[in-house]
Design a protein around this ligand. Structure first.
Ligand SMILES: [Zn+2]
Ligand SMILES: [Zn+2]
Length: 277
């Protein structure tokens, strides 16, 4: 076994005692090393870790897929317990982030409870601006090139409260591991587009097959063309295990389940996935 991933925070809860919230966090164990990929909103991280027997104080590194609150809100909690560890994020994850509401007003969806100085007080902040290895084969994509003509960030995201400056989410990144079976991919929200992300990971791995994809795909607002072309690409990529969750959206998840009945798996909080099977 190379390692395993435990779903620590997700929009649904899978068993007794676990809590859910709109957010995402994966606990990645690779041999003795433990990496926290995203931290959820911070409302259920500690409770779920306790129920699942996950020692947050033994975290060796934290990775932030991007700066939205539902991935970064638990950071303060983790860093309080695990001093001196590195936090990997793109610089833009710390910038202002807003979403436009239907009535034209906006809401702050940036990183709460923590900022660059807060991290640097007791920990190390590693700015990611290209592919980088976090540890033992776990790599980050850094910014993902936006090449498809059918994908966008998936929402009305801005860097100012008046919603005049679109936020292209340059901070969005994914993590991946090469295994004998193929590449194992962890997505945050895939604001760069799930197809852009998977294609980029293929170029970073000598075109090795992608075996598993787990995480948010942000297809919640995807129209028919984006869905059709995403399905087409996923079929071409021949992904063996597909675990779209969090911000995938019910309609997109239903479509993916119908298109890939043998590959699709649900992954509520508490799901444990072996990395190399
Ligand atoms: Zn997001
Ligand atoms: Zn999200």
């Amino acid at each position: 076994m190379i390692g395993r991933v435990t779903v620590l925070v997700e929009n649904s809860a899978g068993r007794r005692g676990l809590l859910s919230e709109h957010g995402l966090s994966f606990w990645v164990e690779l041999g003795e090393k433990k990496i926290l990929f995203d931290t959820g909103q911070g409302k259920v991280l500690r409770e779920n870790a306790a129920v699942l027997g996950i020692p947050l104080e033994r975290t060796d590194a934290v990775v932030l897929s991007h700066g939205h609150y539902d991935h970064t809100g638990g950071l303060a909690d983790v860093l309080h317990r695990a001093r001196g560890i590195p936090v990997y994020a793109h610089r833009a994850a710390f910038g202002p982030k807003y979403a436009r509401n239907f009535d034209g007003t906006s809401r702050d969806i940036g990183m709460p409870f923590m900022d660059e100085e807060g991290i640097r007080e007791h920990n190390e902040l590693v700015f990611v601006d290209g592919p980088v290895e976090v540890m033992e084969g776990l790599r980050l994509t850094g910014p993902v090139p936006r090449e498809t003509d059918f994908e966008d960030t998936g929402g009305a995201f801005y860097t100012d409260p008046r919603c005049t400056q679109p936020d292209e989410l340059p901070d969005d990144q994914a993590a991946y591991l090469e295994t004998p079976a193929g590449t194992f991919v962890l997505l945050g929200c895939a604001h760069a587009g799930v197809v852009n992300t998977l294609r980029y990971i293929r170029t970073l791995t000598d075109n090795r097959p992608i075996h598993t994809v787990i995480g948010g795909t942000h297809l919640v607002n995807a129209g028919p063309e984006r869905m059709d072309r995403t399905v087409e690409e996923l079929r071409t990529l021949d992904v063996r295990r597909l675990l779209p969750c969090h911000c995938t959206g019910f309609q997109a998840a239903s479509r993916l389940l119908n298109e890939f009945p043998a590959q699709y798996m649900v992954c509520p909080t508490g799901t444990i996935l072996e990395i190399d099977k």
